[in-house]
Ligand binder design. Structure first.
Ligand SMILES: Nc1ncnc2c1ncn2[C@@H]1O[C@H](COP(=O)(O)OP(=O)(O)O)[C@@H](O)[C@H]1O
Ligand SMILES: [Mg+2]
Length: 239
């Protein structure tokens, strides 16, 4: 990956109460890429996403977007700069309607001027959300809530979307639908950072991948090479 990456992360460290969740993680995402970070429960995947998003402070290292260091910026600034996340466990507003959840996503300065059009395109992508636009978000099924979380991210007109385990809690069939949506967003030009425990499916979808273990990147490369790597096969693919 060349050094003019859209997102460049160097030696990123995150600690909670003195214990390290990330120990110097470096990765690159080029404009338009779909890359994945895979790892077991507790590897540090959510900490990575939350740190990039400015929600969890880093204790060292840097995150640069288009060459600009964003590692000390507050979360709303980072959203405004074009980094959206589809959080683990969705984190939608259950007591608000589906449409209000989407409109909140579109209330950023970068997205406001085009909010009606973007809303239309989200409803086009997820017909189910259009049907349920007036329903309280908390009453949606797990799969529909995941669609809503993705729709809300799209509403912010992001340059990069970070997905934190979008397949968690979904049936195999819905998982495939969700991965299809991730792929099609990327094909529309959105850069994607996909974080997953579903190693086989994430590597099949992405062009490159990073394997995270105990807060460190232990392997990275083209997704094809990682799928054929005996250590990856043994540890993550059950082969
Ligand atoms: N808010 C927190 N406070 C303390 N420890 C945390 C917190 N969040 C995560 N951790 C710890 O940091 C490590 C990485 O967690 P996490 O980033 O959630 O991993 P993953 O998303 O890969 O499951 C784990 O050991 C976890 O227990
Ligand atoms: Mg997690």
């Amino acid at each position: 990956m060349p050094d003019d990456a859209l997102l460049a992360i160097d030696d990123l460290c995150v600690a909670y109460d003195g214990s390290n969740a990330l120990n110097g993680v470096s990765l690159r995402i080029g404009r338009g890429e779909l890359i994945c970070v895979v790892g077991a429960n507790g590897a540090g995947k959510t900490s990575l996403i939350r740190s990039i998003a400015g929600i969890v402070p880093s204790s060292g290292g840097s995150v640069r977007l288009d060459g600009v260091d964003i590692s000390r910026r507050p979360p709303w600034d980072i959203c405004e700069m074009g980094i959206a996340q589809v959080a683990e466990g969705r984190q939608i507003f259950g007591a608000l309607s589906v449409e209000d959840n989407l409109l909140i996503g579109g209330s950023l300065k970068r997205a406001r001027h085009d909010r009606a059009n973007t809303l239309d395109s989200v409803y086009h992508l997820f017909g189910r959300l259009r049907e349920r636009r007036d329903q309280l978000a908390g009453t949606l099924s797990g799969g529909e809530q995941q669609m809503l979380a993705i729709g809300r991210a799209i509403m912010s007109k992001p340059e990069i979307v970070m997905f934190d385990e979008p397949s968690i809690g979904l049936s195999p069939a819905l998982t495939d639908v969700m991965f299809g949506v991730v792929k099609s967003l990327n094909e529309q030009g959105i850069t994607v950072l996909l974080v997953e425990q579903n190693v086989a499916k994430s590597l099949a979808l992405s062009s490159r991948g990073y394997v995270l273990e105990n807060g460190s990147v232990v392997l990275h490369g083209s997704s094809r090479d990682l799928l054929e790597n005996p250590d990856v096969q043994r540890a993550y693919l059950g082969l």
